[in-house]
Design a protein around this ligand. Structure first.
Ligand code: MSP
Length: 649
């Protein structure tokens, strides 16, 4: 640790699933962590801020297959591709010191060693996983994952099944974990403790299934091929492997472990406050000092999710309103520990009220007056008026303490509220002292100078404390004040700015936004893309034996002639070359989909051993195969190079 440092501080965000692009909800937690990391650096701590991506698991494997790429290519694109995770953190000015990907070699090796260590100490054992199995999807499900008793993916019937799997003795640690939750400050906010204890521990903690054999995109259990490590073991240990636990890629474990705080969303508190400490106990490792479960950003009262199509794109918001305004809005508008309802209206009105009106105006009015009345710099001769100044000065002098108290409890909203109370008070101070009146007489110039000095000094302290939230804005304000000290110590003292301060003006920091116009434009921009309506799936038929299927003759045929059947709206009459030398006639009810002339010469597939039947007085010998979904129908057309009479096998 360096001489001047206050100590080390290790803070983490959850590592993100790169199964789709990140939305404003993901951005929320990372911005909060960034603000905390910057605050701790400002205080003088030696900070390690870790974030990353959690890249294994069945979902990623499935998505990659759907996209026709390998799982590695799939995650690489979302993590490193254009507008991917790394781009987003760069745009949002995230100051992470390290970025871990669970597909990084060193992490994979460490996880294999960790799994083996828990196996060797007896806390991981081989058992049988009992559950429900969906044969077509090749997936295991637990009873609670089923939807109406059927496979949640395809809706088909599931069967009872058993699979060999490894288990972690979570039950063994139930008492110790309960004690940790109830009798220490390990988990915050406190309300989450009751939720964990009452919903998960008291009903009885069961051992946890920690390996899978139904997919391969994961860390292989090296001593038992075919098994991959459960993603949550893989994911949770990132907090330590990223520091060098069980690998020699990094070497900061003794410096930064145990972590000071893991920030996590409320739905993953269970993993972090029950499973994570239990696994660390199993390996006799020190526990993180704190897990803080934050609330969700909701949209219309519900969770944002890609599948609901209601995600908000942080790129659009940052590009339209600016990164600092977006960062500020996220932490100013919602209490970190509870849910908050996101809306464009709240976003715009927060920017207009706090940033354009209060902060922006204070900075531009004060600097404009200083320049107008004194030119290059304030005069050294300044006159106090204790009665007029006392309240503002007291508030500014107390600000750092109040802010610190809130920040230490991760109460970002309250910390910002303290700053904005001072900013409002400073705006009121301008009106009370009416510098434009003081400027009218030479005699009042020393008083005018002091009023402006007090305002500039207030701005310096507020900007310094805003820096963790709005780093670029704070730097810009610092530049306009003539680059005064803005270090932590200086933010606790009123009067650090030199008396002969020489502020410089600049463009409007936060232009006012026309709410109505902006809302309309945003609505246009974020309108969900028109997608094809979901077509209903026909019900699957019962299974048949292979020898039954084999009885069907499917033959390649060429269309010789095709015409409409008189008096029928539906039927087309085909004469077909089926390779036998004798033309075959088939009637097919597809007139609404095709014009007869379109089909002449095409190569199609017909079932040719179907018993002939009469339709509209004409004999049809067979059936043409087509694909149908909803109200769409397509004849199966083959490459014209395939000769008539070929059999489909
Ligand atoms: N990969 C796991 C975390 C493993 S940590 C060892 C995961 N990833 S995630 O991408 O699904 O979510 C990452 C974080 O984003 C979670 O903390 C989650 O709560 C947070 N958010 C996702 N949507 C959110 C909101 N709408 N609002 C706030 N945070 C939300 O879970």
């Amino acid at each position: 640790m360096c001489e001047k440092c206050k100590g080390n501080f290790y803070i983490t965000t959850p590592i993100y699933y790169p199964s789709s692009k990140l939305h404003i909800g993901h951005t929320y937690c990372t911005v909060a962590t960034d603000a905390m990391a910057r605050y701790k650096r400002l205080q003088g701590y030696n900070v390690m801020f870790l974030t990353g991506t959690d890249e294994h698991g069945q979902k990623i494997e499935d998505k990659a297959r759907e996209s026709g790429v390998t799982p590695q290519e799939f995650v690489d694109n979302i993590v490193m591709g254009e507008r991917g995770v790394l781009d987003l953190w760069k745009l949002m000015n995230i100051s992470n010191d390290r970025f871990i990907r669970t597909t990084d070699d060193y992490h994979v090796e460490s996880i294999q060693k960790i799994f083996k260590m828990m196996y060797d100490n007896g806390d991981i054992y081989k058992g049988t996983y009992k559950g429900k199995y969906c044969k077509p999807c090749e997936s295991f499900w637990t009873e609670s994952q089923l939807v109406d008793g059927k496979c949640p993916d395809c809706g088909r019937e599931v069967q009872d099944a058993e699979e060999e799997a490894y288990f972690f003795r979570l039950s063994k640690y139930a008492d110790r974990v309960q004690d940790l939750l109830e009798n220490t400050d390990f988990l915050e906010p406190r309300s989450r403790v009751n939720e964990m204890v009452n919903n998960f521990i008291k009903p009885g903690l069961e051992d946890l299934c920690v390996s899978r054999t139904s997919f391969t995109w994961g860390v292989p259990v090296d001593f038992d091929p075919g098994h991959v490590v459960y993603v949550w073991i893989d994911a949770l240990f990132n907090y330590m492997t990223a520091l060098g636990y069980q690998n020699d890629r990094h070497n900061e474990l003794s410096q930064f472990w145990p972590a000071d705080v893991h920030f996590v969303g409320k739905e993953i508190v269970r993993f972090h406050s029950i499973i994570w400490p239990a696994m660390l106990m199993s390996l006799n490792l020190p526990l993180p000092k704190k897990v803080f479960g934050h609330g969700w950003l909701l949209l219309d009262g519900g969770k944002m999710s890609k599948s609901k199509g209601n995600v908000v794109d942080p790129y659009i918001l940052a590009e339209r309103f600016g990164v600092d305004a977006l960062r500020f809005f996220l932490l100013r508008s919602f209490p970190f520990g509870s849910d908050g309802n996101f809306s464009n209206e709240v976003l715009i009105s927060t920017i207009n009220t706090d940033l354009a009106n209060d902060l922006g105006n204070l900075v531009s009015r004060t600097i404009a007056m200083a320049q107008k009345y004194f030119g290059e710099h304030l005069p050294a001769q300044q006159a106090e008026n204790p009665e007029m100044d006392a309240e503002l000065l007291a508030m500014v002098s107390d600000l750092r303490g109040k802010y610190e108290e809130q920040m230490e409890h991760f109460a970002f909203q309250n910390a910002l509220a303290e700053i904005f109370k001072v900013i409002s008070r400073a705006n009121k101070y301008i009106d009370e002292n009416a510098p434009w009146v003081l400027a009218k007489s030479e005699e009042n110039k020393p008083r005018l100078a002091k009023v402006l000095y007090n305002l500039l000094e207030t701005i310096r302290i507020c900007a310094g404390l805003l820096k963790p939230f709005m780093p670029d804005t704070a730097d810009e304000i610092g530049r306009r004040l003539g680059n005064p000290r803005m270090d932590w110590d200086s933010l606790g003292i009123f009067g650090v700015l030199p008396a002969e301060a020489a502020p410089v003006a600049g463009p409007v920091l936060f232009p006012r936004i026309d709410m109505e116009k902006e809302l309309k434009e945003l609505e246009e921009l974020t309108k969900p893309q028109k997608t094809e309506p979901e077509l209903p799936l026909a019900e699957a038929k019962p299974d048949i034996a292979f020898d039954e299927f084999e009885k069907v003759d499917m033959t390649v045929v060429k269309v010789l002639t095709c015409e409409k059947v008189k008096k029928s709206e539906k039927l087309l009459k085909f004469t077909l070359d089926d390779g036998t030398g004798e033309p075959r006639t088939i009637l097919s009810g597809i007139a609404k989909y095709y014009q007869p002339e379109q089909l002449v010469g095409k190569t199609l597939v017909a079932v040719t051993n179907l018993a002939p039947r009469k339709m509209m007085g004409q004999l049809s010998c067979g059936m043409l195969l087509s694909a149908e979904r909803g109200d769409q129908l397509h004849l199966l057309m083959l490459d014209d190079a395939i000769p008539a009479g070929s059999r489909l096998v």
